[in-house]
Design a protein around this ligand. Sequence first.
Ligand SMILES: [Zn+2]
Length: 354
Amino acid sequence: MKALEFPLIGTKKPGVTKKYDLNNPTSRNEYFEAKIGGEIKLLKKYLKDNTFIAFLLGKKNSGKGTYSVLFSEIFGNEYVAHVSVGDIVRDTHENWNEFVKSKDYIKLKKLYRGYISFDDAVDALLGRSTKTLLPTEFVLALLKLHISKLGKKAIFIDGLPRENDQVSYSLYFRDLINFRDDPDLFILIDIPESVIDERIKYRVVCPLCHSSRNLKLLPTSKIEYDKEKKEFYLICDNPNCEGARMQAKEGDNLGIGPIKVRLEKDEGILRSVFGLYGVPKILLRNHVPVDEAEKYFDKYEITPEYVFKLDGKKIKVEEKPWSVKDDNGVECYSLLAAPVVVALIKQLVEVLDL
Ligand SMILES: [Zn+2]
């Protein structure tokens, strides 16, 4: 089966020729102003009195979190919230002993309606029962409770729908949570599995602040060399971590191997949502065919590969073009997150009819 393919939305704009450093927040801010200043102005005006609810859909490790973090960076946390369904479920589980004593517990019990009893659903949440899966209805109640405390903000939901039976819930979710009459929409992310694979294989995490980087695709500013292991490693940029060595997680060297089934399931959900009518869809593409890159994008918007070399005692960092085959076998570059966010904002302005 041919992989889903979304349209290319270029960022090139006449007169904008400056080169920006998209890993630097200040330069990135100037970049967004230069490329989509007009659209940002319209959206800022909109967000003063209105909101929206957006379901982020993409395969595991497709960068859903990154896009909504960049969106918040532009519009401010007072107007935008990122809601990770997985985090909410995990937090509730981990803090259950306190949760039971809180008013939220009573609220949750009132909000819940479903096929199994509230207590059985709680057992499933806490892993007391291996037979019962955590019902979607319980997850929806948790989400509703969480969102009710956010105030008037646009919301990005990451993690719903996660199963095929949750797709139709998402169609009516806005009504379920009484989210006024503000628009809801789907954001679908198209990313080659080969990109996900390399992201996992070279991923390193700070043992202290848990921030994640990539040895090959997104290094920190400080790189060191381990003589014994004969390997380069990254030092966390966070000053609070005082030079902590970032480490690979066990199993990451296997890449997408262990999550193949999950990726297939995610693809199935993407396809179902892609075929839905009535709810607007924003289509994001992470990759561009090598042949067409220059027509649509500037060089600095494309993810390079970083290569480290020992030069005496110094470490030299070189950048070189990085391309992979996409799911249809076409040689592609992978875009950095910022140009994808440009495509998101352009389409959002259209969907919201601003
Ligand atoms: Zn750190």
